[in-house]
Write a protein that binds this ligand. Structure first.
Ligand code: ZN
Length: 302
């Protein structure tokens, strides 16, 4: 995982576009590719994700649980059981080829009221893909998800959060084209995250993940990943750090392919509910609204 910290785009607010109490957020549709920009990897404003945070959730005590990289035949059903037990809905950024491998789990995700979203067709860093490969994989992944999740929301998360570093094309231009081909409209809504749990780091314990989330909301000791060289090999390990100015809410990044993440979910759901934290889904968040967009598929499902 490489943090691609980009510069924050200056927020241009027009009163006609700003929405209600959140007028300081800038225009809606922030998580959609802009219609009138030709994106270019050489432009530092066209990279990074600081400008795509879910700012409406900051300091709100509200979080959105997102789980990437599944479905996994063992861990994802356990997670679904846990979420059901607590009456909490989540968003699953699934790898579409894994949906094809485990369709019954994808169906269960949707049946139980969660959002199924795309994490591309295979988990490859798109900065290393050709433009045509990226187009085909993105298109296929959206169609695979739509086979199960028949809502207008087409949420997408870049594997590794990586984009904007390919010298031959920019992923946003392709994303807009795929949206227009599939929906006759710019309908793919991309999601980054506000709270990174580092749950994929092998020496993270379930209690470390739960504590990291708690500290991002309320402050305290959290864990992040650091790169270390061990015996000439690169390894990622956890590192404790203090948060004294917590973000206080946001989209939480996790992965439902690790047992430790499922065990952590059991811990933090209980603890955070006792602290009056509210669990929302992506489609309830200001930045992820579709407003007047219709987004009905015009391309055939296969
Ligand atoms: Zn991933």
């Amino acid at each position: 995982m490489v943090k691609l910290l980009g510069s924050i785009l200056s927020l241009t607010i027009t009163s006609s576009l700003a929405c209600g109490v959140h007028q300081n957020l800038g225009a809606p549709y922030k998580q959609f590719v802009e219609d009138d920009i030709i994106y270019n990897s050489d432009n530092s404003d066209h990279r990074g994700w600081a400008q795509y945070l879910a700012k409406s959730l900051h300091q709100s005590n509200k979080v959105v649980l997102t789980y990437d990289d599944g479905p996994h035949p063992e861990t994802t059903p356990q997670l679904l059981d846990t979420l059901k037990e607590h009456g909490v809905k989540a968003t699953f950024f699934a790898v579409a080829s894994r949906i094809e491998a485990f369709p019954e789990i994808a169906q269960r995700i949707v049946n139980e009221g969660h959002i199924l979203a795309s994490h591309d067709y295979t988990h490859i860093n798109s900065n290393t893909r050709s433009e045509s490969e990226y187009f085909e994989n993105l298109e296929k992944s959206i169609l695979v998800v739509k086979n199960f999740y028949n809502q207008k929301h087409a949420y997408y998360r870049f594997p590794y959060g990586a984009y904007g570093r390919n010298k031959t094309y920019h992923q946003f231009n392709v994303m807009r084209d795929v949206g227009k081909k599939l929906f006759n409209e710019n309908c793919i809504n991309f999601a980054f995250w506000d709270i990174d749990t580092a749950d994929w780091v092998s020496n993270m314990e379930p209690k470390d993940i739960a504590q990291t989330i708690d500290s991002h909301i309320f402050g305290g000791t959290a864990y992040r990943f650091v790169k270390k060289s061990v015996g000439g090999k690169t390894k990622y390990v956890k590192e404790a750090f203090e948060i004294d100015q917590p973000v206080g809410g946001g989209v939480i990044l996790m992965h439902d392919i690790h047992q430790r993440t499922i065990d952590a979910t059991k811990i933090f759901l209980k603890e955070l509910k006792n602290k009056n934290v509210i669990f929302e889904t992506l489609d309830q968040v200001d930045e992820y609204q579709y407003f007047s967009k219709v987004c009905e598929l015009v391309a055939p499902l296969f």
